[in-house]
Design a protein around this ligand. Structure first.
Ligand SMILES: C[S@@+](CC[C@H](N)C(=O)[O-])C[C@H]1O[C@@H](n2cnc3c(N)ncnc32)[C@H](O)[C@@H]1O
Length: 314
């Protein structure tokens, strides 16, 4: 402790790091610094310029640390999540964007940049958009792109609209609708013309155990659960992306690290796609699939359509 009524920042951060570590917080030093930076309105690296804090600030900081020690997500306490080069507002009711999704967004950005480089205006759709992190990152990094974001949950959609309004220069369109209906609904004017569909759908199998309290108690259930095998939303995504994309259009979908074969199989099994491939994240875990909408119906797709038509003729 320094002079009466004043506490040194180093001492405070060290005590907070110990408290968070004891509570099982995975990155206690980072979180302790991030909470202090958020409270003081500075960057983490600038904390050292605030060597001594008054009693009121110290009390406010201890409250924040206590909330984090109770495993409230860091981003709910600070109110923001950083994603690639952008920041979105988050809180109860919306999924916190994850670092592993940054590579998925990166694949969409690269695909859109290629189209822009050829002189066309890329149309990109972010399905299961949540806070809008992917859509906003694409719009920010590809200034030529027109981006649509679709979110079905009421609470999450409110966050999406708020974030989109704060970042939009008229190229980002937020929609409140379920994915299954959007190709005939809010996106009907662009169905069959979209260049890139990107998505981070819910992908946890019903009944699976979630280890981290931050996820189990604070991420909204519609962002997590996806049927008995965790692939229900992926199947809806596959059907919807096939409708939205132009022939040759590109789909990118995040999946769980244990779905490196089963998620691509959802796409490969329909015959509507070519070049179905799976990709790893920065920790080398299977993380997302890519697929190209077939230029013409593949023989498998034609056989499927014929079977449907025969059933209708019966
Ligand atoms: C895993 S979160 C991803 C959010 C965001 N894309 C991200 O990466 O941070 C999945 C999102 O899909 C939304 N969702 C779930 N089912 C949906 C559906 N049928 N139609 C539209 N959105 C849905 C959830 O509310 C949630 O916001």
């Amino acid at each position: 402790m320094g002079a009466k009524g004043v506490t040194g920042i180093r001492e405070l951060l060290a005590a907070a790091t110990r408290e968070l570590s004891a509570a099982g917080v995975p990155s206690p030093r980072f979180d302790a610094a991030e909470l202090a930076a958020s409270l003081l309105g500075v960057r983490r690296g600038e904390l050292i310029a605030h060597p001594d804090l008054d009693e009121a600030t110290v009390a406010a900081y201890r409250d924040l640390v206590q909330r984090r020690a109770q495993r409230e997500p860091l981003q709910h306490i600070t109110g923001v999540a950083h994603f690639r080069h952008i920041t979105v507002r988050v809180g109860p009711g919306v999924f916190i964007p994850r670092p592993e999704t940054e590579v998925v967004a990166g694949a969409a950005i690269e695909a859109a940049q290629e189209i822009a480089a050829s002189g066309s205006v890329p149309t990109v759709v972010d399905l299961y958009a949540g806070s809008g992190a992917i859509a906003i990152a694409v719009a920010a990094e590809v200034p030529q792109a027109v981006v649509h974001a679709v979110e079905g949950d009421d609470a999450a959609a409110r966050w999406l609209f708020r974030n989109a309004a704060g970042s939009s220069d008229g190229r980002l369109h937020a929609h409140h609708e379920h994915v299954a209906g959007c190709a005939d609904g809010v996106l009907r004017d662009i169905t069959g013309t979209v260049d890139v569909v990107v998505a981070n759908p819910p992908y946890i199998p019903e009944g699976a155990h979630i280890r981290d309290a931050e996820v189990a108690e604070h991420d909204p259930p519609p962002a997590l659960w996806s049927g008995h095998d965790g692939l229900d939303a992926m199947r809806v995504l596959e059907r919807t992306a096939a409708r939205l994309l132009r022939p040759g259009g590109f789909a990118i979908a995040e999946h769980a690290d244990v779905q490196g074969e089963s998620a691509p199989a959802v796409f490969a099994s329909t015959g509507r796609w070519t070049d179905v491939a799976d990709h790893a994240d920065l920790t080398d875990r299977p993380r997302y699939l890519t697929a190209t909408r077939a230029l013409a119906p593949t023989s498998q797709e034609t056989r499927g359509a014929a079977a449907v038509s025969e059933r209708h003729d019966e």
